[in-house]
Write a protein that binds this ligand. Structure first.
Ligand code: PEP
Ligand code: MN
Length: 293
């Protein structure tokens, strides 16, 4: 690692790690993201029906997830596919929260929707395609809810931290960073999971960092191994797509786990969670704060 790397990141003074500010714990209802617990957020790509969401919420809660994910406003690459249920979807998520106690994370795509989404959501998701939507970053910066900021698929870690800085500069430092895979020349997976990003972000920023192995791989079978790698390298949690019948999902079925697969993934994570202590006291933190070799 060259001696410049921390210098570059420390420009983002509101989100960069310093000797005084080592760790931010984002409080979401009774859950601490970035604290000692490994926080798993799980649920369908999109809110489709009340039954689909309630069944999924129940299954992921029993398996140990703390937060329910599900898009009511969907950024779709085709204008002819399902675009999301909007406010109806938010109401379904709120019902699932009332029934299971799970907190809710859901995506906002434009500043105009931030107000209504913040009425229902516990965490506002900024998707990969919106990471550089500065009007949206400003709006979530002022919305009074924690933000899950996903890395753009062509964004460097500096770009990601720059976007986090914008949210923080608008008054909101409850930000969770998310590595969700980037575009590379490799086509075997939907995106390329940048595992080093987690270690770098944990070293240079005080913000919590989670991994999204679902969008990072696009392939169901790869989700559990990538989740284990993320836990071992020191991620603070996961964002995982789960669906009652992935083959029938209206979006991202190929990467969605069944309830059974999700339970198995959670079970198999256990030994890897114990390994999180090692990166926590790793030399990376020292290298970052000293800016040395
Ligand atoms: C999602 O979480 O469903 C999503 C659209 O993710 P991304 O923005 O990472 O593509
Ligand atoms: Mn998805």
């Amino acid at each position: 690692m060259d001696s410049q790397w921390n210098g570059n990141f420390s420009r983002f003074d509101l989100v960069a790690k310093t000797d005084e500010h080592v760790r931010t714990v984002v409080q979401v209802r009774d859950i601490e993201v970035g604290g000692d617990e490994f926080v798993v957020m799980a649920g369908p790509c999109a809110v489709e029906t009340e039954r689909q969401v309630l069944e999924t919420a129940e299954a992921v809660a029993v398996a140990g997830a703390r937060i329910l994910r599900g898009g009511a406003y969907k950024p779709r690459s085709s204008p002819y596919t399902f675009q999301g249920l909007g406010v109806e979807g938010l109401k379904i998520l709120a019902k699932a929260r009332a029934e299971t106690g799970l907190a809710i994370v859901t995506e906002a795509m434009c500043p105009e929707d931030v107000g209504v989404i913040a009425e229902y959501a516990d965490i506002m998701q900024v998707g990969a395609r919106s990471m550089e939507n500065y009007a949206l970053l400003q709006a979530v910066g002022a919305c009074g809810r924690p933000v899950l900021l996903k890395r753009g698929m062509c964004a460097t870690l500096q770009d990601l931290l720059q976007s986090a800085q914008i949210i923080a500069a608008h008054g909101n430092s409850d930000i969770i960073l998310c590595e969700r895979g980037i575009r590379t020349f490799e086509t075997a997976t939907r995106n390329t999971f940048d595992i080093a990003a987690i270690a770098v972000l944990k070293a240079v920023s005080h913000l919590p960092v989670i991994a999204d192995p679902s969008h990072a791989s696009g392939i169901r079978a790869l989700v559990p191994p990538l989740a284990r790698a993320a836990a071992a390298i020191g991620a603070d949690g996961l964002l995982v797509e789960v669906h009652p019948a992935p083959e029938e999902a209206w979006s991202d079925g190929k990467q969605s786990l069944t309830f059974h697969q999700f339970r198995e993934m959670m079970h198999d994570l256990e030994p890897y969670l114990a390994l999180r202590e090692i990166p926590r006291r790793s030399r990376l933190e020292l290298v970052a704060s000293r800016g040395g070799h």
